[in-house]
Unconditional design. Structure first.
Ligand SMILES: NC(=O)c1ccc[n+]([C@@H]2O[C@H](COP(=O)([O-])OP(=O)(O)OC[C@H]3O[C@@H](n4cnc5c(N)ncnc54)[C@H](O)[C@@H]3O)[C@@H](O)[C@H]2O)c1
Length: 352
C-alpha cells in the first residue's frame, strides 16, 4: 500500500487508526462526528480486519502498526488495540513523530506508562489517554454536586462494581488485558481521581476463583484506597452478579462532612442530602457516552491543531494504571502499597 496523498486543509488532523477490532471500528463512527479529524488509514495485525474496515471507510489499510507509521500520511494515530500492546505501539508512534490518542487502559505497568510518556516528551508529540467515563452525565453531576451543594469535605466513597457478564476475547486473558480491574474497574478508578484527587495508598484482596472456564483472571476483587486529601474509598468488582449489567453497575455512595451523595445507575438518579435539609433527587435523562466521546476527541484535535489545553493527558492514564497495578501488587504481597510506585515498577506483572 503506497503513501496516501491528502488534499486536506491544514486545519484538519489526519489520523491513522491502529486496531480494527470492536472498539476500533466504533471509533471510526465517532470520528465521523469530528469536523477537524479525518481518518486516513487503518492497521490491524489481523489483515482481514484491517482490510474490511479500510474498505468500509475508503482508506488504505496495513497489517502492522509499523507499516502504517511508515507509509500513512497521518499527523496522529489512535491506538485501539489490546492493553498489553499499547506500550510498544505508542513508543513507535512517538519515535515516528505522530501524536497519539491511546485508548484506556494506557498499559499494564507504570514502567510502561513512563516509557510511553518519556517517548512522547522526547519526540515532542502529544499523548492523550481516552478516559471518557469521567465526562458522562453521572460523573459530571457528582462533580457539580460535590462543589455546589454545601456537603463539605468528602470523607468516604464506595463504588459497587457488581454486574453479570460472560467475558470473551482479550478481556478474558490476563496477559492481554492485565486483569479484571484493568477493564472493569479502570473507568471508575479514573472517575475517583477526577472527583477526589490523587490516591496515596492501596490495599486489595482477591476472592476465590470459581470460574476458570471463563477467564484466567480473578472473579472478584476488593480494593481499599486512601486519598491524599485524607478521605477513604473502596471499589469492589465482580462479573458474576446477575442483578445488574455493565451499564447498571458502578453506583457511588459518598459520605461528606455535612451530608451524603449517591448515584444509583439502576434508576439513573443522583440523590443528596445535607444533614439539615430534605433529600434532593435529580433524575438523569441518560448516562450515555456519546457526548463524552465527542468531548475527548474534539479536545484532542484542539490540542494538536491549536495547542489548546487538553481534557486528558498521559499523566491521567499513568496515575490510573498506577492504582490498578498497586491493587494487584497489594494482593500479591498481602500488604498495603503506598503511591507513587517506583518509575520502573513492573511487579506483579514481571513474573516475580
Ligand atoms: N473507552 C471505552 O469505552 C472503550 C470501550 C471498549 C474498548 N475500549 C478499549 O479499546 C481497546 C480495544 O478494545 P476492543 O474491544 O476493540 O478489543 P478487540 O479485541 O475487539 O480489538 C483489538 C484489536 O487490536 C488488534 N491488535 C492487537 N495487537 C495489535 C498490534 N500490535 N497492531 C495492530 N493491531 C493489533 C487485534 O487484532 C484486534 O483486532 C482497548 O484498549 C479497550 O480497553 C475502550
Amino acid at each position: 500500500m503506497g503513501v496516501v496523498s491528502k488534499a486536506s486543509s491544514p486545519s484538519v488532523l489526519r489520523l491513522g487508526l491502529i486496531g480494527a477490532g470492536g472498539f476500533g471500528s466504533y471509533t471510526t463512527e465517532l470520528l465521523d462526528r469530528q469536523p477537524e479529524i479525518e481518518l486516513v488509514g487503518v492497521a490491524d495485525v489481523v489483515p482481514e480486519l484491517a482490510e474490511r474496515l479500510g474498505l468500509a471507510r475508503g482508506v488504505p489499510h496495513w497489517s502492522s502498526h509499523q507499516a502504517l507509521l511508515e507509509e500513512c500520511d497521518c499527523d496522529a494515530v489512535a491506538v485501539v488495540t489490546t492493553h498489553a500492546t499499547h506500550r510498544d505501539i505508542v513508543v513507535d508512534a512517538a519515535q515516528a513523530g505522530r501524536h497519539v490518542f491511546c485508548e484506556k487502559t494506557m498499559a499494564i505497568t507504570v514502567a510502561d506508562c513512563y516509557e510511553m510518556q518519556e517517548a512522547a516528551d522526547a519526540h515532542g508529540i502529544k499523548l492523550m489517554v481516552g478516559h471518557k467515563r469521567r465526562f458522562r452525565p453521572a460523573a459530571t453531576a457528582l462533580k457539580h454536586a460535590l462543589a455546589d451543594e454545601g456537603l463539605g469535605r468528602p470523607l468516604a466513597v464506595n463504588v459497587r462494581g457488581f454486574f453479570g457478564r460472560r467475558i470473551t476475547g482479550f478481556w478474558s486473558r490476563r496477559d492481554d488485558c492485565g486483569g479484571l480491574l484493568y477493564w472493569a474497574g479502570v473507568h471508575d478508578v479514573d472517575t475517583l481521581r477526577y472527583l477526589f484527587g490523587e490516591v496515596d495508598s492501596v490495599y486489595a484482596v482477591i476472592g476465590p476463583k470459581v470460574h476458570p472456564e471463563v477467564s484466567d483472571q480473578e472473579d472478584a476483587i476488593s480494593v481499599a484506597m486512601t486519598f491524599a486529601s485524607g478521605m477513604v474509598g473502596s471499589l469492589q468488582v465482580s462479573t458474576y452478579f446477575p442483578m445488574a449489567n455493565y451499564h447498571t453497575a458502578f453506583g457511588f455512595d459518598i459520605v461528606c462532612e455535612h451530608g451524603g451523595l449517591a448515584y444509583d445507575p439502576q434508576r439513573l438518579t443522583i440523590t443528596s442530602q445535607r444533614e439539615d435539609q430534605d433529600v434532593q433527587e435529580v433524575q438523569l435523562a441518560h448516562n450515555e457516552a456519546d457526548e463524552a466521546y465527542d468531548h475527548e476527541w474534539s479536545s484532542f484535535a484542539g490540542w494538536v491543531l491549536r495547542d489548546e489545553a487538553p481534557v486528558l493527558t498521559g499523566e491521567d492514564g499513568l496515575r490510573c494504571v498506577e492504582i490498578l497495578q498497586a491493587a494487584y501488587l497489594s494482593a500479591h504481597l498481602g500488604a498495603r502499597v503506598n503511591l507513587p510506585l517506583a518509575r520502573d515498577e513492573r511487579r506483579p506483572f514481571d513474573g516475580g
